[in-house]
Design a protein around this ligand. Structure first.
Ligand code: 13P
Length: 251
């Protein structure tokens, strides 16, 4: 795929005024680029971000959601609520949520189903820890995460799930997977998707790499075989850095 997905994950960063300013500044870059530009913002920035991004090519996503529509779940936000204000994407199963907020393969699966029930486009995250990589079991870990996450989804839903491979040891550490590591992981994921949903879905599904993607390493990672895009944390917080990554192929 020559058109890439460039998705930012702001995590717990930026106030609404900062979100508005950021989106206004990258609007033109996104309009010029063939790449799909997505920003996944904190809940408190969603509404302002959606308004600012209206009639632009910048797409807006959330970073988490609950699987129930409504109810006694203090502090949670449902897929239905996200959809009601026009949210298009939602990250599901980010490793920080798995690590710090007790997200499991089972809750990830429920959230994916709820995302589709509310016509949200999910960005599913999978990835191994450093310990698992040192044991050489990364392929087993990520393919199991994929299998459990996609359980019970239709082939069409699977095809419309963006899957981000984010090795935990590469997140926020400055250490990136090599282009070859990223490609290998993507190939394992595609193979697993093929087993579950067939060759056509496996060929069409969009796979992203995440973990210390920066302007100076974006090109080899994005051009690695089987990599369809990137999910970017730290470098999505700076207009200049994010812009350089969106325009990585113009260099
Ligand atoms: P960094 O780009 O800061 O390593 O974060 C990656 C990530 O977790 C994106 O979801």
């Amino acid at each position: 795929m020559s058109r890439k997905v460039i998705a930012g994950n702001w995590k717990m960063n930026k106030l609404p005024n900062e979100a508005i300013e950021f989106i206004s500044k990258i609007e033109e870059v996104a309009a010029r680029s063939d790449n799909e530009v997505i920003l996944c913002v904190p809940f408190t920035d969603l509404f302002y971000s959606l308004l600012t991004a209206q009639n632009t090519k910048v797409k807006i996503g959330a970073q988490n959601m609950h699987w129930e529509e409504k109810g006694a779940y203090t502090g949670e936000v449902s897929g239905k609520m996200l959809k009601s204000i026009g949210t298009e994407y939602v990250i599901i199963g980010h490793s920080e949520r798995r690590q710090y907020f007790a997200e499991t393969d089972e809750t990830v699966n429920k959230k994916l189903k709820a995302a589709f029930a509310n016509e949200l486009k999910p960005i599913l995250c999978v990835g191994e820890t450093l310990e698992q990589r040192e044991q050489g079991i990364q392929e087993k870990v990520i393919t199991e995460q994929v299998e459990k996450a996609l359980e019970g989804l239709t082939n069409e839903q699977i095809q419309n799930t963006y899957i981000a491979y984010e090795p935990i040891w590469a997140i926020g550490t400055g250490k990136t997977a090599t282009a070859k590591d990223a490609s290998n992981a993507m190939q394992s994921i595609r193979k697993k998707v093929e087993e579950i949903a067939g060759a056509e879905v496996a060929q069409k599904i969009i796979l992203l790499y995440g973990g210390s993607v920066k302007p100076d390493n974006a090109k080899p990672l994005l051009e690695a075989p089987d990599v369809d895009g990137a999910l970017i944390g730290g470098a999505s917080l700076q207009v200049e850095e994010f812009t350089e990554i969106i325009e990585y192929n113009d260099k």
